[in-house]
Every structure is written in C-alpha cells, then in structure tokens.
Design a protein around this ligand. Structure first.
Ligand SMILES: C[S@@+](CC[C@H](N)C(=O)[O-])C[C@H]1O[C@@H](n2cnc3c(N)ncnc32)[C@H](O)[C@@H]1O
Length: 271
C-alpha cells in the first residue's frame, strides 16, 4: 500500500469526480428521507496543496487551481463544489469523505473506509467534527459489501481504489456487481484510470454483464507528460434523474479551463 492520494489531490480527475459526487448528493437531498453514503476507499479527507506530496507532482495546478477565479452563473453542482473547495482555504483540498460530510443533513449517514493506518488516522480526525459520519479502518471492498443495503435503503456507494495492484479492475468489477445486487436501487460512483481503452472497456463490460440496468460514464482526458495519468473515467450506476444534463453543463465549463476533453455517455438504460 504505497499509494498516497496527496500526490494527486485536486488534479483534473479529482475535479470531475468530486463535481459528480456533489451532483449526486444534491440530488439525494431533494427528498427529506435519509440516505447513506459509503465511501469504500476514502483517503485522508483533506490534503495540503503546499505539502511535499502535492508539490512533487504539481497536479493540482492543472486541476483545481485553474478553477479558483471561476465566477458567474454556474451549474449548481459545480458552484457547490467550488464553494466547498474555497471554504477549505487556499492551501487545502477536500477529499470525497469531507465533501460528503459537509453536504449531509442530520438524518443522513456517511461511512468512510480507509485501510492505510496513517491515512485512516487523519480521516478519523477530519470526520470527528461530523456526528453523522464515521471512519472505519478496513478493506474497502469487503466492508462496503457488508454494509449493503444500508438501513435507509437509499444512497450512494463511492468506490475509488488506488489501482496499485495488478488485478484491481477485476476486484473492482466483482465488488460493484456484488454491491449492486445487494443494493439494486443504490447509486454507485466508481473511478478508474484509463491507461488502456481495452482494459477500461472490459471493466465496464464486466459490470454491465453483471446485470446493471442503468449506467453512464464520464471520461476526462488532458494532455500530460509521458508516464503521467492523462485520462480517467467515472462509471455511474443508477445515475439520478438529470445527472447527465448536470454533467454536460459542468463539462462545457470545465473543458476549456482544464484543457480537457470530457465526454458523458450513456452505457445502459439511457433516460
Ligand atoms: C484514490 S485514493 C481515495 C481518494 C478519495 N476517494 C477522494 O476522492 O478524496 C484511494 C485510497 O484507498 C486506500 N486504500 C488502498 N487499499 C485499500 C483497501 N483495500 N481498502 C480501503 N482503502 C484502501 C489508499 O490508502 C488511498 O487512500
């Protein structure tokens, strides 16, 4: 377990993933009934953009830093994401569990799972401020499956593994298929790197072949130096009504700013 998200926090892929996360949470909040968020690979919750890890890659400079002066009327999910980032202060970037914790209402619950001891310790401190959020140190796949379906019977599962083991796509596909069977109405937000189109397609095929009825992908590509991640995808299962339109609108604004190609595409059960 060598992966540290601090090297990548706030990069182009984080921006797209976290705007999607905020869009889904905003949708879930349209109804008063409680919902659950399970974040299987949560990370440390907050990242120091001036720290050694961030400085070494400079990835946030080509990501969230480019959005800091963004003004004017924005799609609500992008605006809410930017508000949360700005509230974190100029040198910090909020990770998925902190963004979720900040958006939850008293009736909602967050379980954030992180395996790495140091990342977990930091996460626990970050979430200690939020009475309805809990950090657990465990294996994200096994633990999140045990938590499904959540008592609220509505909610979101975020799966964002580090892709440092060779069979991560296979493990992720198996967990997503098993998870979506246990929680068929749940929304799943899954992140993956696109280093090979065929590997990404095989992963999506595996998930869709497992019985998922409704899914879309968001693909983001930038130009990056050789050897650096330049393309990443999100697979969203059971995207809420209007999520596609939200992401089209966000993509239109983010494309020139991030200098990225962002494609939103239905894979199954288009609205
Ligand atoms: C890509 S980062 C998560 C970033 C976070 N989701 C965000 O958007 O802010 C992946 C995290 O998974 C953790 N991790 C690695 N193996 C794990 C496992 N088996 N179960 C849970 N977490 C794991 C890593 O320590 C790392 O913090």
């Amino acid at each position: 377990m060598n992966y540290r998200h601090g090297y990548h926090a706030g990069n182009f892929a984080d921006v797209v993933k976290h705007v999607a996360l905020v869009a889904i949470l905003q949708h879930l909040k349209k109804k008063d009934t409680a919902f659950a968020v399970i974040d299987s690979h949560a990370g440390r919750g907050t990242y120091d953009l001036t720290g050694e890890e961030a400085a070494k890659t400079g990835e946030a400079r080509n990501g969230v830093a480019r959005l800091m002066d963004l003004q004017g009327e924005l799609p609500p999910a992008l605006q809410a994401y930017l508000d949360l980032v700005r509230e974190s202060g100029p040198t910090r970037y909020p990770g998925s569990p902190l963004l979720a914790a900040r958006l939850l209402r008293p009736q909602d619950r967050l379980t954030a799972i992180e395996k790495h001891p140091e990342e977990f310790a930091a996460l626990k401190d970050v979430l200690a401020l939020y009475g309805n959020a809990v950090a657990e140190q465990d294996d994200g796949y096994a633990r999140s499956l045990k938590l499904l379906p959540p008592p609220a019977r509505r909610g979101l599962v975020v799966m964002d593994p580090p892709f440092e083991i060779a069979d991560e796509f296979e493990r992720l596909a198996a967990a997503v298929v098993a998870g979506s069977r246990k929680f068929a109405t749940g929304i799943f937000l899954i992140w993956y790197p696109v280093k090979s189109q065929s590997a990404a397609d095989a992963f999506i095929g595996e998930v869709l072949g497992g019985g998922v009825q409704k899914a879309l992908t968001v693909d983001a590509q930038i130009s990056a130096p050789e050897g650096k991640l330049d393309r990443a995808g999100l697979l969203v299962i059971n995207p809420p009504y209007g999520f596609d339109e939200t992401m089209y609108a966000a993509a239109e604004i983010l494309t020139p700013i991030l200098r990225a190609d962002i494609a939103v595409k239905w894979r199954a059960g288009a609205e």
